[in-house]
Design a binder for this molecule. Structure first.
Ligand code: ADP
Ligand code: MG
Length: 394
C-alpha cells in the first residue's frame, strides 16, 4: 500500500527524522493561508499523488506548470495551487494518462547545499533490508542508477539489530560527509532504518535528503510503501489508504479474490493459476501480440469470478480480443464452460472471445461451448489459442 508524501512525512517526524514544516491544502485559499502560517519568505507547493517525478512532471491542462513549485508569497502560493489542484499531473511514473491532483503540500523552502539519495528496500537475495545511498540525489537518480550504478552504495542490516554505527560511518565517508554532518547522518539513517522495520515497509525512499546551507539535514521528499501482508499489525496505517489513487478495477477485482495487473497491450487474458497466466502472456508475445493484463482467477474459476474477470477486461478500452485459458484440475471443464457462458451473457461481450479448455471432462466442456450458439472461437491447445487471439485482435 502506498501513501502520500505528506503522510509519510508525518510518520517520519514522529520517529525523529528531520522534515520541513508543512501543511496540506485542498484549495488555493488554504494554500495561501498555509503560506502565511509558515511565516517564511520561501515555500514550496507540491502536488500530492502516489507517483514520483513530480518536479519534472507537467500539468496536462497547463503544460508550462510543474508538480513542484517554489513560491515567494501568499499570492504565488495560491496561484501555484490553483494551477495544480484538480488538474492532471503527468510524470514518468504516472504514464501518459497522468493522475488528478486533489491535494497539495505547502512546505517551507530549504536552502539546499547538497541533494543526497537514500532508499531502503528488502533484498530478497540476502533476506534482509538494505539501505542504499548516493551523493547524486535529486531528480536524476534513475539516470545515476542506469549509467553510474557504482555511485550508489549499499549496506544491509538485520531487522533486529538495525543499522550499525560503523555502517553509517562507511556510508558517510563514501558520500563525502564530514564533521557534524556525520552525526546528523547517523541519527537520520538509523531512524529511517528503524521506521522501515517498525512499520513493515516494503520500500522507503528519501530523494532528496538535503544538507542545507546551514549544515542541517532534512528529508525533502518521502515515499513509503507498506507490505500489504503485514497491514493487519498496523490498523492505524490502513486509514491512510487513498482509494482515489488506486485503480478502481484493481480494487474490485481484488475484493473478488482475483489478481489483476493492467498492462499496455490489447489482448485481455483470463487464466486460472499464476503460472499458466504467465505462460499465456509469454505465448501471446511469442506470436506477435501484446497482453492487456495479467489476470489469475485462482484455482476455482466459478461464475462469479469469471464474470468479475470479464468485467475487468471489458472496462479496459484497449482490449480488442479476449483469451480465456483454463485448466480444469480442481473444477471440471463442463462446470467452467457453463460459468463462461453465464458470465459472457451477463456482462454483454462485444469483442472476439477465444477459449482454450483442458483437463477433467474437457470433451463435455467443449461440447457445451460449441452447442451454446454463443460466438466463441474454440482453440485446441496453447499455441492455437495464442495464434487465434492475436489474429482476432488484429
Ligand atoms: P519528485 O521526486 O516527485 O520530483 P520532490 O519532492 O523530490 O518531488 O521535489 C523535486 C525537487 O524539488 C527536489 O529535488 C528539490 O530540489 C525541490 N524541493 C522539493 N521540496 C523542497 C523544499 N521544501 N524546499 C526546496 N526545494 C524543494
Ligand atoms: Mg523526489
Amino acid at each position: 500500500m502506498k501513501i502520500h508524501e505528506y503522510q509519510a512525512k508525518n510518520i517520519l517526524r514522529r520517529v525523529g527524522v528531520a522534515v520541513p514544516r508543512g501543511q496540506v491544502a485542498e484549495t488555493p485559499e488554504e494554500a495561501a493561508a498555509a503560506f502565511d502560517e509558515l511565516g517564511q519568505k520561501l515555500a514550496v507547493v507540491k502536488a500530492q499523488i502516489h507517483a514520483g517525478g513530480r518536479g519534472k512532471g507537467t500539468i496536462r491542462e497547463i503544460p508550462a506548470q510543474h508538480g513542484v513549485q517554489l513560491v515567494r508569497g501568499r499570492d504565488e502560493a495560491a496561484r501555484a495551487a490553483a494551477n495544480i489542484l484538480q488538474n492532471t499531473l503527468v510524470t514518468i511514473q504516472t504514464g501518459p494518462r497522468g493522475q488528478t491532483v486533489r491535494r497539495v503540500l505547502v512546505e517551507e523552502g530549504c536552502e539546499i547545499a547538497r541533494e543526497l539519495y537514500l532508499g531502503i528496500v528488502v533484498d530478497r537475495g540476502r533476506a534482509s533490508p538494505v539501505l542504499m545511498a548516493s551523493s547524486r540525489g535529486g531528480m536524476d537518480i534513475e539516470r545515476v542508477a542506469a549509467e553510474t550504478p557504482e555511485l550508489i552504495f549499499r549496506e544491509s542490516f538485520g531487522p533486529d539489530t538495525g543499522l550499525q554505527g560503523y555502517q553509517v560511518r562507511k556510508l558517510a565517508r563514501k558520500l563525502g560527509l564530514g564533521g557534524s554532518s556525520v552525526r546528523a547522518a547517523d541519527e537520520f539513517m538509523r531512524a529511517l532504518c528503524r521506521a522501515f522495520v517498525q512499520y513493515d515497509c516494503s520500500l522507503m525512499e528519501i530523494n532528496p535528503l538535503v544538507v542545507t546551507k546551514a549544515g542541517r539535514s532534512a528529508a525533502l521528499d518521502a515515499k513509503m510503501t507498506f507490505d500489504e501482508n503485514a497491514l493487519f499489525r498496523h490498523p492505524e496505517l490502513s486509514k491512510l489508504r487513498d482509494p482515489s489513487e488506486e485503480q478502481p478495477v484493481e480494487m474490485r477485482v481484488a475484493e473478488a479474490g482475483l489478481s489483476y495487473v493492467k498492462l499496455d497491450g490489447n489482448i485481455g487474458c483470463l487464466v486460472n493459476g499464476a503460472g499458466l497466466a504467465m505462460s499465456t502472456m509469454d505465448l501471446i508475445k511469442l506470436h506477435g501480440g501484446e497482453p492487456a493484463n495479467f489476470l489469475d482467477v485462482g484455482g476455482g474459476a466459478d461464475t462469479e469470478q469469471v464474470s468479475e474477470g470479464f468485467r475487468a477486461l471489458l472496462s479496459d478500452k484497449n482490449v480488442r480480443a479476449v483469451l480465456v485459458n483454463i485448466f480444469g484440475g480442481i473444477m471440471r471443464c463442463s462446470t467452467i464452460a457453463e460459468a463462461i457462458l453465464t458470465a459472457y451473457q451477463s456482462v454483454g461481450f462485444r469483442i472476439p472471445l477465444v477459449v482454450r479448455l483442458e483437463g477433467t471432462e474437457v470433451e463435455k466442456g467443449r461440447e457445451i461451448l460449441a452447442t451454446s450458439g454463443v460466438d466463441i472461437i474454440p482453440a485446441n491447445d496453447l499455441t492455437d489459442a495464442a495464434k487465434k487471439v492475436v489474429a482476432a485482435a488484429g
